[in-house]
Design a protein around this ligand. Structure first.
Ligand SMILES: [Zn+2]
Length: 254
């Protein structure tokens, strides 16, 4: 234990994610040695985080205005929404430069242990967005880019079920290849970029054109099972003639 303000600083720093007691001690003594101007800038940054950070009214990303930079950019395709857990995931997808649409930040993932249910996430806001055209553009695709871990997958399944029957909407997931059990932000840019560009549709709007269906049956896991074809009526003439030499189960056992 150190005396007074130094220990107080160490205690506060040690509460930060990824900073253990030893790291906190290192940072504290580093700060003791820096120029007063550096301390002032750090204090100001902390102060601004508390007072000036806002969340975009549309997507929930951190913003310095009513809307974030991406939602106020008319060049970003408003027909595509990439759903992520946290603002840091927006940055991760942005770094790949593979996505030109907009985002929706859920504010976390479903987690029954921490009692985070659908009502704690910004799911209602997402549904409102889907029903409201932005600048005359309707949302045509929702890409669910939650973390590739248990909570993220559970959240994705929940959203897929919820959005499956939304008229005119394609719901997709980034392609396989993201490290399982991890978080989106730790995937390298190339892997995440490939997963985004190779995303696969989980549900698509019903086709109204005369095109033959292009969707392979084997990915249609959520579809209702088809009724088996009716059995033909019993015809004794179709039975093979009795052959006493033919092996039977009883015969093989003996
Ligand atoms: Zn926004």
């Amino acid at each position: 234990m150190y005396e007074g303000p130094v220990q107080e600083l160490i205690d506060e720093l040690a509460k930060l994610p990824g900073v253990g007691p030893r790291g906190a001690q290192r940072i504290a003594f580093h700060l003791l040695g820096v120029q007063p101007g550096d301390i002032d800038r750090l204090t100001r940054a902390l102060d601004r985080v508390r007072n000036d950070v806002r969340y975009c009214e549309v997507c929930g990303n951190v913003a310095s205005d009513v809307r974030c930079r991406i939602c106020s950019d008319p060049r970003r395709d408003a027909s595509k929404i990439c759903v992520v857990e946290e603002p840091k995931d927006v940055q991760a997808v942005e770094r790949t430069r593979e996505f030109d649409g907009r985002y929706h930040v859920l504010g976390g993932a479903l987690n029954p242990i921490k009692s985070i249910g659908p009502d704690k996430l910004r799911i209602r806001e997402l549904l409102v967005r889907l029903g409201t055209p932005v600048d005359g553009v309707e949302v045509a695709e929702v890409i669910i880019a939650t973390d590739p871990n248990t909570e993220g997958e559970a959240t994705a399944s929940f959203l897929v079920r919820m959005l499956k029957d939304f008229p005119g909407l394609t719901v997709s997931r980034p392609a396989a290849g993201l490290p399982m059990g991890g978080e989106l932000e730790f995937a390298d840019e190339l892997t995440l970029g490939r997963a985004m560009s190779g995303r696969r549709a989980l549900s698509e709007p019903p086709r109204v054109l005369t095109d033959p269906p292009e969707r392979p049956r084997d990915i249609d896991r959520d579809a209702e099972p088809h009724e088996p074809p009716p059995e033909p009526p019993y015809d004794p003439a179709a039975e093979p003639p009795y052959d006493p030499a033919a092996p039977t189960y009883a015969g093989r056992e003996g």
